[in-house]
Design a protein around this ligand. Structure first.
Ligand code: URA
Ligand code: SF4
Length: 251
């Protein structure tokens, strides 16, 4: 806006000076030429200032910065790194876990510990990679049983409903930007956090749900599969539904 006003003033000044020039004032003529040059420079600058819409990657980068600086809940005080999420900015398939654990907190990347390695295998068994899907959590900072000790292992806990409530806005914005066709919630926390549904995960898993214009299928958390490998077959059943939907558009 300021630039526009400046342009108008310049243009007015130029016309006035040109009028003077008709009276033969050489100095005034020079000044008028200079103003005219400035106007051209300003117009060029104006072109580069016109707002270009940000692409999905740029929007995610901006949001990542906001999350890095977020002090929205007490988890900000003890996190080593906020864990924003990673993957393809236009992914059709998005996985949503509960929150960073020890390894994720230390490295700032989602699902890289033991449960994360199992998730990577599941993704690869679906003929995808971590770079073709998007992986995020409903809470971006590490929920700890003993918050005074981020260096302690086995110190993870699920996020509380209020932590999820506050942090979910970032996940919602990620979903708005990425526009996945289908979301897989991993475990009870992210499923409850997104759907406000009190059904146990054993009941709701594999059922078709909707969230923010995307289909959603809840399944077990990979950490649950590490504790109880007999659950793997259910996750595979659920992932087959997801693959079928992605290849046919039908569920
Ligand atoms: N568990 C989660 O829910 N998310 C992670 O990023 C890692 C482990
Ligand atoms: Fe902010 Fe979410 Fe981290 Fe809480 S968990 S500080 S809301 S980014």
């Amino acid at each position: 806006m300021k630039q526009l006003k400046y342009l108008k003033i310049l243009s007015f000044a130029k016309t006035t000076l040109e009028d003077y020039n008709n009276w033969g004032e050489t100095e005034v003529y020079k000044a008028s030429q200079e103003l005219s040059n400035n106007k051209t420079i300003l117009e060029e600058q104006q072109k580069t200032f016109t707002v270009k819409p940000l692409n999905a990657k740029e929007q995610l980068d901006n949001l990542r910065q906001q999350v890095k600086d977020c002090k929205g809940c007490p988890l900000c005080k003890t996190r080593l790194n906020a864990v924003f999420g990673e993957g393809f900015e236009n992914a059709d398939l998005m996985f949503v876990g509960e929150g960073p654990g020890y390894d994720e907190d230390h490295k700032g990347e989602p699902f890289i510990g033991k449960a994360g390695q199992l998730l990577t295998k599941i993704i690869e068994a679906m003929s995808q990679t971590r770079d073709t899907v998007y992986i995020a959590n409903i809470v971006k900072c590490h929920p700890m049983i003993d918050p005074s000790n981020p260096e302690k292992r086995e110190n993870d806990r699920p996020p509380t409903p209020s932590e999820m409530q506050v942090c979910k806005r970032y996940l919602d914005m990620q979903i708005d930007i990425i526009k996945p066709k289908i979301i897989v919630t991993l475990g009870a926390s992210s499923t409850k956090g997104l759907l406000n549904n009190e059904d146990p995960i054993s009941k709701i898993r594999g059922t078709l749900q909707e969230y923010n214009n995307a289909k959603l299928i809840p399944t077990y958390h990979p950490a649950a599969l590490l504790r109880n490998p007999s659950l793997k077959k259910f996750v595979w059943e659920d992932m087959k539904k997801v693959m079928h939907f992605l290849s046919t558009g039908e569920i």
